[in-house]
Design a protein around this ligand. Structure first.
Ligand code: ATP
Ligand code: FE
Ligand code: MG
Length: 333
């Protein structure tokens, strides 16, 4: 099965060709970060305009690099949600147009299913598996007992991990997106500043990062008022320590309770060096659990992951039809 994937949920215009849901033939990503940087975040109207400009080029480039013609594509997989509605619409409409023009089956894909399926481009899935999804908009523990079925056992009640990173970075005067900058600073600092950890109720797999974010901001402001200087590196290290502590502790409990055979890392925050190291330390030696950590290029938004998830859905018989619409509130199930 050869699937063309299309992803436009946020600020990456991406297209990719994947064979059998496991082999990347091409993976083209046009990032808009430079255009949004000066606004300190993604501006939806600008994102949509860029997607329109890049879409055709990105799809043609994906086919060229795969050395395939559109007639050789078995299905088109496109992110239908969640994400920015105007951004999603560009991808969905492009996918529908190509599918209609060439009579190719169309499959709508949940963006987070895509982030999880990025892992299948590295290693075959072995169920039950647990996925720790940490991205700009999501922080979730997702249990999978079989292909194409997702059970969210815990999720953030306020900010996503990536969102907290970006907000803390902004407070420290770092450029957007702030996650990688905090990560870099944290490597150089020591976690010497006391910050809270949101464990929530006993046994809960949910997360909360807004209290931590506020605590970082308060720490900075209080120091400012007292005329003290706080070392940004130590603050970054302390913040990162709190995030990783909660993420990894809850993940460990979840893989044990659900007897997961694999632990998959997914989403843009999976690029975090500190998190990757801690997961390796915690699970790397575990003989009953296989830890899979995708390369950075497959952690952040891309279309190979959408093609990979779409392949499974297509093989399971899912077809979306031309009524497919962008759904910014699409639920993972
Ligand atoms: P979603 O997938 O939930 O719709 P999104 O697609 O915007 O959100 P991604 O592109 O998956 O999110 O990830 C982007 C996020 O990852 C940003 O918040 C960014 O700061 C964060 N991020 C990237 N690299 C790192 C890093 N090294 N450390 C921490 N955070 C990082
Ligand atoms: Fe994403
Ligand atoms: Mg992004």
């Amino acid at each position: 099965t050869i699937v063309l994937g299309i992803e436009t949920s946020c600020d990456e215009t991406a297209a990719s060709v994947v064979r059998n849901g496991t082999e990347i033939l091409s993976n083209v990503v046009a990032s808009q970060i430079e255009s949004h940087k000066r606004f300190g975040g993604v501006v939806p109207e600008i994102a949509s305009r860029h997607h329109v400009e890049q879409m055709t080029y990105v799809v043609e480039e994906a086919l060229n690099q795969a050395e395939l013609s559109i007639e050789e594509i078995d299905a088109i997989a496109v992110t239908e949600g969640p994400g920015l509605v105007g951004a999603l619409l560009i991808g969905v409409n492009a996918a529908k147009a190509i599918a209609f023009a060439h009579s190719i089956p169309l499959v709508g894909v949940h963006h987070i299913a895509g982030h999880i399926y990025a892992n299948r481009l590295l290693k075959e899935m072995d169920f039950p598996l647990m996925s720790l999804v940490v991205s700009g908009g999501h922080t979730e523990l997702v249990l999978m007992k079989e292909h194409g079925s997702f059970e969210v056992i815990g999720e953030t009640r306020d900010d996503a991990a990536g969102e907290a990173y970006d907000k803390v970075a902004r407070t420290l005067g770092l450029p957007y997106p702030g996650g990688p900058h905090i990560d870099r600073l944290a490597q150089e600092g020591t976690p010497s500043i006391k910050l809270p950890r949101a464990w929530l109720e006993e046994g809960s797999y949910d997360f909360s990062f807004s209290g931590l974010k506020s605590s970082v901001i308060n720490t900075l402001h209080n120091a400012e008022q007292r005329g003290e200087v706080i070392d940004a590196k130590d603050l970054a290290a302390s913040f990162q320590e709190s995030v990783i502590d909660v993420l990894v502790t809850k993940t460990k409990r979840a893989v044990e309770e659900y007897h997961a055979k694999q632990l998959l890392l997914a989403g843009g925050v999976a690029a975090n060096k500190g998190l990757r190291e801690r997961l390796q330390e915690t699970f790397g030696e575990d003989k009953n659990l296989e830890l899979i950590v995708p390369p950075l290029s497959l952690c952040t938004d891309n279309a190979a992951m959408i093609a990979a998830a779409g392949t499974i859905l297509f093989e399971q018989g899912k077809r979306s039809g031309y009524a497919l619409n962008a759904n910014p509130g699409l639920v993972l199930q």
